[in-house]
Ligand binder design. Structure first.
Ligand code: SF4
Length: 387
């Protein structure tokens, strides 16, 4: 396939050697989803899901391309009916990242999606209309050589498990996943990814943690129905971030009631904050205080916009005053430090210019262009893992 950003395992092992954050609790199997591999020493992959009507291939592709540009690495589309399944070949032809078909209830749609050449299917073997139908889908996936994600969701846990555990508990979710794993393994199918999503963050954390102790299949992390960005970002960062920091999780989807581009952006910020991967600049800014002599919120917003398109993994700081600013910006590759109608531009901890406020951002961008990240005087800043 053309134009794919194939991620190598080496990138992840380089990062892992720098920090105990994210160290694997146990070896996880590798699963290949098109050109992206998860598990093993591969880095955590970011995925999202389209919001468009899958039957409209052109609109779906337009959204997929925007998501790819934002850094999405695996994309899932809902396949609710025959017309959506019929659009899959055109969607697949028009894109380069791996395509996942999301199937519920209709085993024939799963077969059509596999025929269309999707790279993975997301199913729940328990809702495909009986064991025989689930076996047919499993056989077709095996013959096509594609993985299946078993998606356990606390909101749709089997009734007997809810009765047994007195509600949709983490233990019940794990037992449901183990049932599905046993079914697939009995069919000779081990190309499996698992998810155990809940909207309740502690429940989701416990479910994934228990699951990791029970099996070595890659885990797809997510807080389901996390809500709008104002709350959904926090829930996702807490749930997904906690698990990743503890070495659990091989791929993630941030679920937000928002443009899915925002899901991808937040996913990257979680990985960047933990130092697990890097993509573009990492911006830090002081919160401002009574010493600040510049409109720091405005300055930081303008810097954020100005550096948004940069690809280099630069560590950039925006500080509000010259009292603590230069010291706090010492670890940054580049920093702007606000002052009364003027500011400082810093590079690798040293002041390189004092400029009028309106000249700060253009000068910062010029230095961003020139900065060679492989030539940092003090090595990689501790907040950034190498790309
Ligand atoms: Fe306050 Fe200056 Fe520290 Fe910003 S850098 S929080 S303005 S003391």
């Amino acid at each position: 396939m053309q134009g794919l950003n194939v991620i190598t395992p080496r990138q992840n092992s380089e990062n892992a050697s720098r920090s105990p954050i994210g160290d694997r609790k146990r070896r996880v199997r590798e699963v290949r989803i098109g050109a992206v591999t998860i598990g093993g020493d591969y880095p955590v992959a970011i995925q999202s899901m389209t919001l468009t009507d899958t039957r409209d291939a052109a609109a779906t592709l337009e959204q997929i391309h925007r998501l790819e540009e934002a850094g999405c690495e695996i994309i899932r589309v809902a396949v609710p009916d025959d017309e959506a399944a019929a659009a899959l070949p055109a969607i697949k032809r028009g894109m380069s990242m791996p395509l996942v078909a999301d199937i519920h209830f209709h085993y024939k749609l799963a077969l059509k999606a596999i025929d269309a050449g999707v790279d993975k299917i997301r199913i729940n073997p328990g809702n495909l209309g009986g064991e025989e139908r689930a076996k047919v889908v499993t056989r077709a996936a095996r013959e096509a050589g594609i993985p299946m994600r078993v998606g356990v969701n606390s909101g749709s846990l089997e009734k007997d498990l809810i009765d047994k555990y007195g509600g949709p508990t983490p233990q019940g979710m794990v037992e449901s996943a183990l049932r599905h794993i046993r079914f697939l393994e009995d069919e000779g199918f081990e190309n499996i990814v698992l998810s155990l999503k809940a909207s309740n963050v502690p429940r989701m954390i416990e479910a994934y943690t228990l699951m990791r102790e029970q099996c070595d299949y890659p885990l797809h992390l997510g807080v389901t129905e996390a809500g709008p960005p104002s709350t959904g970002i926090i829930k996702s960062a807490m749930g997904i971030g906690f698990l990743l920091a503890n070495g659990i999780g091989e791929t993630l989807r941030v679920s937000l009631t928002a443009d899915p581009v925002e899901e991808v952006r937040v996913g990257w910020e979680i990985l960047k904050a933990l130092g697990l991967r890097s993509r573009g600049p990492n911006l830090v800014a002081c919160p401002s205080c009574g010493r600040c002599e510049v409109d720091l919120i405005d300055l930081t917003t303008r810097v954020e916009k100005a550096i948004a398109g940069l690809k280099k993994p630069l560590h950039i700081a925006v500080m509000g005053c010259v009292v603590n600013g230069p010291g706090e910006a010492r670890e940054a590759d580049l920093a702007v430090v606000g002052g009364k109608n003027k500011g400082l531009l810093m590079k690798s901890g040293k002041i390189i210019a004092t400029l009028a406020e309106e000249d700060l951002i253009p000068a910062l961008l010029e230095e961003c262009e020139k900065f060679d990240v492989s030539d940092r005087p003090h090595g990689t800043p501790k907040l950034i893992a190498s790309a």
